[in-house]
Ligand binder design. Structure first.
Ligand SMILES: [Fe+2]
Ligand SMILES: [Fe+2]
Length: 338
């Protein structure tokens, strides 16, 4: 028997046969694994929801809930756990189809040697380790791509310092507003990336226009507008920006349909873009540009108040104003800090 211990797995066993579970626990403990046993599926499932386990061993022929039903319920919230189904005899084994559909990795007959089960567990542990390595690698790859996009943003910053600093402030403000709105983690992450890189398309705008002091001609303004298309074009080559690009692209759309680049109207504009627009506009108003003075927070609130339902989503604009009024000091630090 291969008794090489790879890491101590956390194993949960569901079986109505207490004696069997006792024997199994003793053997698995000997190998250094942590075992928790349940005779009743409902509390076992609750436990699996609360705590992360590596391996689940389930008796297929339990009453009143059969093992495959238990697995079905577990798979609804845990796609990673390695599942071993066991039964008394091979004639009573689940079909291959059931095994595949429920992503059950192994089947064990209680009548055979426990060595086989230990082997299945060792295989499961190797599988889990591989899965974790792959997950870490793809997370690392994602981080490399985000870092690369930051390098691009720094490149814009090298010629247009305002855009880089504005992007940092808009990201902070978006996170503040996003949390205030109770936006969930996954969407907050998308908003974070969209805010960080919303103006990255300015990298493609000629310097004489981007850095022009004074009023832009209509033609120059048309060129500036292209930053909403250029940015998403650059980042869309990477899959991690797939859901972020539509938000970036819509940060100058207006609720009344008079914005750019696609003249989207109302809820056609992605929700997170409507959130971002408020933060972007607010920061632009209270900060100085070559062609305009910095305005006060009161003035910015007034502008947003006036743009309710035309430039901005009315409901979100009201929430934004309340947030600013309730948290003046912190908002002031964000828009006037780095
Ligand atoms: Fe912009
Ligand atoms: Fe902006």
């Amino acid at each position: 028997m291969d008794n090489e211990k790879i890491f101590n797995a956390k194993i949960l066993i569901i079986d109505d046969d207490v004696n069997m579970m006792d024997i199994l626990s003793v053997i698995l403990n000997k190998y250094g694994h942590t075992v928790n046993t349940f005779t009743e599926p409902v509390s076992a499932i609750e436990e699996l929801k609360k705590n992360k386990y590596d391996i689940l061993i389930v008796n297929y022929l339990m009453t009143p809930v059969k093992g495959d039903r238990i697995v079905e319920l577990v798979r609804e919230f845990d796609k990673e756990i390695y599942i071993i189904l066991m039964s008394m005899h091979k004639d009573l084994a689940p079909s291959i189809e059931t095994m595949q559909n429920l992503d059950i990795q192994a089947y064990f007959e209680k009548s055979t040697q426990f060595d086989q089960l230990v082997m299945f567990i060792q295989t499961g542990i190797k599988y889990i380790e591989q899965l974790r390595k792959i997950k870490n690698m793809s997370l690392q790859l994602e981080q490399y791509l985000i870092d690369f996009a930051k390098i691009l943003l720094n490149t814009v910053g090298a010629k247009d310092n305002y855009t880089e600093r504005h992007s940092i402030r808009v990201t902070k403000l978006s996170m503040y507003f996003g949390n205030y709105l109770g936006i969930q983690k996954e969407d907050l992450e998308k908003l974070n990336l969209a805010a960080s890189f919303h103006d990255i398309g300015k990298i493609g705008i000629p310097d004489n226009i981007l850095l022009k002091e004074g009023k832009l001609t209509d033609e120059e303004y048309e060129q500036i507008k292209l930053h909403t298309v250029i940015g998403p074009n650059i980042l869309s080559v990477s899959n991690i920006f797939k859901d972020v690009c539509p938000i970036m692209q819509s940060h100058h759309e207006r609720y009344d349909g008079k914005g750019y680049p696609n003249k989207l109207k109302g809820e056609e504009i992605p929700y997170l873009a409507r959130v971002l627009t408020l933060c972007d506009s607010f920061d632009a108003i209270v900060n100085k540009r070559p062609y305009k003075e910095a305005q006060t927070i009161d003035y910015a609130i007034e502008q947003i108040e006036q743009g309710k339902g035309t430039q901005f989503d009315k409901n979100l604009a009201e929430k934004f104003i309340t947030m600013v009024n309730e948290n003046r000091e912190e908002i002031d630090k964000i828009v006037h800090g780095e």
